[in-house]
Write a protein that binds this ligand. Sequence first.
Ligand SMILES: [Zn+2]
Length: 115
Amino acid sequence: MLPTKTIMNIDEEIKKAESTIEYWQERIKNLKKEKQTTEDLLCDYIYRGFAISEKSEEKILEWETEHNMECRNRYIDYIFTKTELGTALSVICPKCKKELTGLCCSSDPLYSDKE
Ligand SMILES: [Zn+2]
């Protein structure tokens, strides 16, 4: 019995399958590029903030607990001041003006305690 498909038919099917593979390979390549761009943007966004040292964070939480017993205001302002030595951080209650200074932070995302 003779085959129902001609060699040309089979070649055409191969061509179609190859173009489908090329399409999906290109699609995967573009999606990977998009993923990388999204990750880069996310990292830039995260690292745009200031890293507060662990010791400073502990001091702030302690200060907040103490402050919240005396003042009804639950919101505090974080003030970052650029100085010649780096960035100074203080927290202040906008209502009673109680302030905590001498805190450490950095715009370096890998910053840790150097106090
Ligand atoms: Zn207060």
